[in-house]
Design a binder for this molecule. Structure first.
Ligand SMILES: [Fe+2]
Ligand SMILES: [Fe+2]
Length: 297
């Protein structure tokens, strides 16, 4: 057996009999997967009175010492994420532990967002390097200036929306890379610099747009000048864009753009610039197929 210590995180308080049974089940599942489980709430609770706040705090603290040598934390989500579990998960996140999920497919949005934020953090740095690498290939004056600007903003840690898709730290970065992959697939013969710029930068309008709240994010728009057109203006402050890139980024919301109903602007944009339609569709594919939830921006 490969000796991998694994901390088992599941609820205890509330329906104690049910929760103990669940902790036993998770412990068994961990052993069967070749792990060495540590499940403090199965035995510390037998020695201390969990209903006594002081003893409960002591028990939690002792249990958390056992988290330190563990390589991973297994989160049992069948009955939701309890307050005690949140505390353990936050500690595991700070210690850089690997996450393993059991029965987490039916969590509510708040618990899911929390878990995504806690578990995705470690690979955000890799995504950031991929993003910088892709943009560095672009031969255009101002690219380095633009990258310096992005570094000074919350672009790499911002969410992609308040709750619909990518609603966690790093969601915007992940979404931008997903749109890039989708767009390259859609337009394999197009100019790679243009595809890179359009996909990776289409949503820079979301920089400093979201504010963290207790249970997620809310809008806090400081520069209300539209969506796609705001991205265009922000990019132009650092780097020139071609007419095709301007049109595609400006209209990337397609029919969801509030300008779309007025006159023939959107159909003209799609007629003159097929990339605008491709970018819109790549944006939708990334949102719906790669990131699961709706297109509200
Ligand atoms: Fe957008
Ligand atoms: Fe987008």
């Amino acid at each position: 057996m490969e000796e991998k210590l694994c901390y088992v995180c599941s609820p205890y308080r509330g329906d104690v009999a049910r929760n103990v049974k669940y902790a036993q089940e998770l412990t068994g599942r961990a052993v069967r997967r070749g792990l060495v489980p540590i499940t403090p709430h199965l035995y510390i609770t037998q020695a201390l009175d969990d209903r006594n706040p002081e003893e409960r705090a002591l028990g939690m603290e002792a249990g958390l010492h056992l988290l330190e040598p563990c390589e991973c934390i297994m989160i049992g989500g069948r009955y939701g994420i309890s307050e005690g579990m949140r505390y353990e998960i936050e500690r595991a996140h700070k210690m850089g532990k690997n996450f393993s999920f059991a029965d987490c497919g039916k969590l509510n949005g708040k618990d899911e967002g929390f878990l995504r934020e806690m578990s995705r953090y470690p690979d955000m740095e890799e995504r950031k390097q991929e993003f910088i690498h892709l943009l560095s290939f672009v031969e255009r004056d101002g690219v380095q200036k633009l990258l310096e600007w992005l570094e000074s903003t919350d672009f790499y840690t911002a969410p992609a929306s308040t709750k619909y898709h990518g609603a966690y730290a790093g969601g915007l970065l992940e979404h931008s890379l997903n749109v890039f992959r989708r767009l390259v697939k859609r337009c394999p013969a197009a100019d790679m610099d243009t595809l890179t710029i359009a996909a990776l930068l289409h949503d820079v309008c979301k920089i400093h747009l979201y504010e963290k709240t207790e249970d997620g994010y809310r809008h806090n728009e400081q520069f209300p000048i539209g969506h796609g057109e705001k991205s265009v203006i922000l990019i132009l402050r650092h780097m020139p864009l071609t007419d095709e890139e301007i049109t595609a980024i400006s209209w990337h919301m397609g029919a969801f753009d509030s300008r779309a109903g007025a006159g023939r602007s959107l159909s003209q944009a799609w007629e003159k610039c097929p990339l605008a339609l491709h970018l819109h569709l790549a944006d939708m594919e990334a949102t719906w197929f790669d990131e699961k939830r709706g297109p509200q921006e």
